[in-house]
Design a protein. Sequence first.
Length: 365
Amino acid sequence: MKLLYTQDSTADEPIMLINKHIGYSEKDGQGVDGSLFQEELLYLDSLGKKAIQVWINSPGGSVVDGYNIYTAICDSKTKVDTYGCGVMSSIAGVIFQAGRKRIMNDYSWLLYHNATGGSSSDLRTINNSIATMIASRCGKTEEEVLGMMNRTTIIRPAEAYKENLCDEVRYSSTKNMKHGSKNNVKAMWEESNLILNSILKPKHKQMIKVAKRLSIQEEASEDAYILAIDSIENKYKTEVESTKQSYNEIKQKYDDVEKQLNEANKKLADAEKETTMIKATNMVESFVNIGKIKNEQDSISKWTNLAVLDFEGTKAAIEDLPINKSASLIKIENRLDTENTKPENLPTSTISLALKNRLKREGKI
């Protein structure tokens, strides 16, 4: 979530700032958007923080936006303390009352007045609503609060503490005391902002946690930070290059093994194919010799090809064929085993084509 009003969301007690008028203005692009502030505070509440601080220095503004902020502070499960850091005028002073603990710096002040800029009935409703919000936090009656608003009352810290409109007054140095005497709301707001900025600005320069993570001195120069970051980047670049090289070496070994495996599989496939062909040829040859298959090349090739595809099925089909009694059959295999009979001495007409092909392959004829 993008945080617009929080200084450090990782702190145990994050600080939220209301240091502009309440309500966002599209005209000047300034102002505290009540709905966004509400969402941001409730987000911090969900993080389980020790407490949340809301620092207020605002001339007031939109009552509707103020409702959102006031409600978020009151409904937060996390303790939300409000700090008066300058002027808290109008709805800003109402928001201040929502704090679990309300703390005023000794130079800050409150200003309460009636609502303006609407019909009389609407303004009366708004005034009564604001009176309820203030009375519920300070123990006064709504009539007492309405009387204070009718008088446009400015309240300094000591009086606010006495009237239960704040719980604590924090005393600053003599330098800051001069702001307490000003009754001009805009001037008070502007000068108090200078104080807030002077307090917050050094935080941006402190890099204690970063320095520890980088193992350098807290007071190190900007160049030292850059040098430390470059060192980390170079370290990881080296590790990445080393990892890439190891990966390439492993991949090359894998590719070599895969190539060898493919070659072995091809040889195995070729051997299985040759074995199947020899088995089919021998089977067909045996059936030629007994007259089940014609001693003709086309017939022999046809049955051999079928046997390669389906050995048992082809064998069964041939066994069902009738014997061709007119075929010239000689038990060549038996005669080849005798001492005086050589394949080249046999009449060509007595050798089946299947057997003749086999003898040629074996180099016997």
